[in-house]
Every structure is written in C-alpha cells, then in structure tokens.
Design a protein around this ligand. Structure first.
Ligand SMILES: [Zn+2]
Length: 453
C-alpha cells in the first residue's frame, strides 16, 4: 500500500491525502489552500493525481481547507461517493455556497478562472453519503472506515481506515483537526484507538494554550475595558464553531451579570446559518453543568443580540454610535463584512479588536496581530490605533499537550507518525518533542511525497 501527500504539508491548509491499496484508491479530504495572498494560483494547479482513478473519498470535517476542492475533484472526472458525518454535510453546503461568491469576486479581481460555480457545488453534494460516528463502512474491497468524534467543530471527525491485503493488515488514523480540551459546547475528542500509522495535524504543535476555562474571564475583562471607555469591540470570528463559542460565552456572561447588556451584532450571513445548524444538531453538542441556555432555551441567542443577515441590516449597524460588540467574518480579516467595520473603527483609540483564532501568513489578521501600525483596507490606508488583544483559549485546535496525547493513543504506539497541517518550524519542534517524549518514528512529508508502507 502507498500513501501520498497532496496538501497540508508545506503549510496549514489544503488537506488532501491519497491511500492506494490493492482494492482501490481512497482520498482523505480535498481542501483549498487558504490564507495565502489572494491572487495565489495554488488552488488552480492540478491535483497531482488522476481524479478518475479515485474509488472513494472520506472527509474529516467541513472546514474549507478540508473540503473546498471537492467540486474540482468532480470536474476532473471523479464520479464516486463522498463520505462524511451528517452535520458535516450540512456545514459543507453552507460553507461552500458562501465561498462560491467569494471565489467568484476574487477570480474577477485577479483575472483568474472561477474554480467552480453553484451548480457544480450542488452536483458534488449529490454524491455525498452521510455516515454517523462509529458506523463502519466498506467503500471498496479490503478497506473499512470509521468516523470518531474529533471535538474540533460540529460533526468533526478523525478517521480510522483498516486495510486488509493478502497476508497483511494495517490500520491508519487520519486526524483531520483535533479539538481543544474542555471546549464548553463540544464533546471532548474521543480516545484514539490503536493504529500502525497516524497522520496528525500539528497546527499548534509547538506550545500549549491557556486553559479553556480562562476564556470567559478574559472576554469579560476585554469587553468591560473597551465599552468602559465608550468604544466598540470588533471580533473577527470564524463563522463555524468560534462564532458559536463566542455567542455561548457572551450568553453565559450576560446571564451571570458579568457584562452589561450592550448592543451586540452577529454580522455574518454564514455564521448566522452555521448557528442554525448548531441548533439543529444540538444532540452532537455538549454543555456542561452549570451552564444554562437561559429563559429562551437557546444557547446562542440573547435579547441584546441582533443578527444582520442582509447587507441593508449590516449597514444599519453604522447608525449605532453606542458602545457595542460586532462579531463579523472573516476571521483572518482577508475579506467579508469585518473589513467595513475595520475601516470605520480601526483608527479610533477607543476601539478594541479581539483576535480569537489562527492567523495565517500574509493575512491582514496576521499583520494586525503582529502589531502593524498602518493597514490598507479597500485600497485606502488606515492607522491602527485600536487596542489589539488575543485570547488563545478560544482556539479550536489542540495544543502540544493534547496532540501528544492523541499521538500516544490507547495501547501500543504507532510505528510511524506523519505530521501534517503546520508551519515547517512548528512541525520540526513537535517532531523533536514526540521523538523525545514517546520515542516514536516521526516523518514530515513533502508535497507530493509518496511512502510505500
Ligand atoms: Zn478545521
């Protein structure tokens, strides 16, 4: 059997791995590269393998960097099934529908072809087959697949693939993204069962986070500081998971009277739709005691919150001159409605910008995180006078401690660990840490590298 790496090896995004067995070829994830310069042509390059020869596709979770090129795979001739959990299907639909518009705009600006349109996206969704956690499926002869809860976002999974060939059997684990510990709205990552080969993400492999229980206190402190001086709090939030965690935290803080009921806006059509899906699949969520949804029975809604799905409603936020909180996409400040709010508020010393997620290289979010004093928004220059702070405890990714525990798993150690999803330096630090603490064989693959196993 052979394992090849077609993405998420030289940076964090673009997850795509191909496992070739005697019975057929299994593709694990098919994601877009993200966070790079807008006019990067990386996503227009060919896959590096023949899509018509792939027999089945499994998807770890809905994030765009794990799913964004699925329609391209079908454009290139793939005709088989695409397996994922039921909430993942719901999220894939809204995330990719949203991205079709963004990609069309970007392609126009860059003079590039559009990767795919809405019809091609819907054609791809026809091939999706949903599989609940722990239902073992056999996509083709000699291969069985099982989804385990990764605790990263709604419906997220790590995937066990067992390959049986004549005289040989091997178990693989594909981590997808592994969630943070003790996230209030999600179940914890399931224990990783035995595997010979583990592909593990390493996004935050070089350090440990602040514990998740510090997040509400830090959020309350920041909000009180900014609104106390009459400012506006901008939270550039990732629409899936981070937004729901922020809404949950704000709801809890309001119920406990730890922040005042100032106006709050959820200004992202995608985040509003994603929050609806979180409600719909609430049996996949986990809210620990003593948290309560409050009188309205809703974990993500409260009287001072206004959702602004339309452009007109979004513009009306400008009329609100009072201290307030605006949660708007996108999380890395590379586009979306957050840009209008940044243009309006970033040069005001009273403003607070709260960073609650990973900022990739070359993004405006990364520049602001690194202390840029001037940024360019929609072609105009703005001085950064706002207070910028970050709360790592909101991370949706496991830290070094958590990822080490995942690699260790239950029972015997894996014979080989491949590190993916991470900047090179991070992967090297994490690899050294794993070799020292667990004494395992760790490999850092290169793009298009193939291993005979
Ligand atoms: Zn993810």
């Amino acid at each position: 059997m052979r394992l090849s790496f077609y993405g998420a090896v030289e940076d964090v995004t673009g997850s795509c791995f191909l496992l070739e067995t005697a019975g057929g070829k299994l593709l694990i994830d098919c994601g877009m590269h993200q966070g790079e310069r807008m006019c990067s042509t990386k996503n227009l390059e060919p896959f590096g393998f023949d899509a018509t020869h792939v027999d089945a596709v499994v998807v770890t979770h809905a994030h765009f960097d794990h799913t964004g090129r699925l329609p391209n795979l079908m454009k290139d001739g793939y005709t088989g099934k695409i397996f994922m959990t039921p909430p993942t299907k719901g999220l894939v639909q809204i995330i990719l529908e949203d991205s079709v518009h963004v990609m069309a705009e970007n392609a126009k600006k860059c003079g590039d072809p559009v990767p795919y349109g809405i019809d091609e996206l819907h054609a791809m969704l026809e091939n999706v087959v949903t599989v609940p956690y722990h239902h073992v499926i056999k996509p083709f002869s000699g291969v069985s697949v099982e989804f385990f809860d990764a605790g990263h976002i709604l419906g997220s999974s790590f995937i066990r693939v067992v390959v049986d060939e004549t005289g040989e059997s091997k178990t693989f684990i594909f981590s997808g993204d592994i969630g943070n510990d003790d996230v209030p709205i999600l179940p914890d990552t399931e224990d990783r069962p035995f595997a010979d080969i583990v592909l593990c993400e390493a996004t935050y492999g070089k350090a440990d986070h602040e514990p998740a229980e510090t997040r509400e206190g830090k959020l309350a402190e920041f909000v009180k500081k900014i609104i106390g001086r009459g400012g506006t709090v901008l939270i550039p939030a990732f629409s899936v998971e981070r937004t729901q965690e922020i809404l949950f935290a704000l709801d809890q803080l309001l119920q406990r009277g730890e922040i005042p009921p100032i106006p709050m806006y959820l200004d992202s059509p995608l985040a509003i739709k994603a929050t609806e899906l979180y409600r719909h699949f609430s049996d996949h969520l986990s809210f620990e005691h003593p948290a309560s949804p409050g009188k309205d029975g809703d974990w993500f809604r409260f009287p001072s919150l206004t959702e602004t799905p339309t452009g007109t409603m979004s513009k009306m936020i400008n009329e609100d001159r009072s201290p307030k909180i605006i949660i708007a996409g996108n999380g890395m400040m590379t586009g979306g409605r957050i840009m209008h709010h940044l243009a309006r508020y970033i040069s005001d010393v009273k403003t607070g910008i709260l960073i609650v997620g990973y900022q990739a290289r070359h993004t405006m979010g990364k520049m602001i995180q690194d202390g840029a004093t001037e940024v360019s928004i929609h072609g105009d220059k703005f001085q950064v006078r706002a207070t910028v702070e970050q709360i790592h405890a909101f991370s949706a990714h496991g830290d070094q401690k958590k990822l080490t525990r995942f690699v260790q798993g239950v029972g015997a150690l894996p014979s080989t660990v491949f590190l993916v999803h991470g900047e090179q330096e991070t992967k090297e630090i994490f690899a050294t840490h794993l070799r020292t603490t667990l004494n395992v064989n760790v490999q850092i693959p290169h793009i298009t590298q193939t291993y005979e196993l």
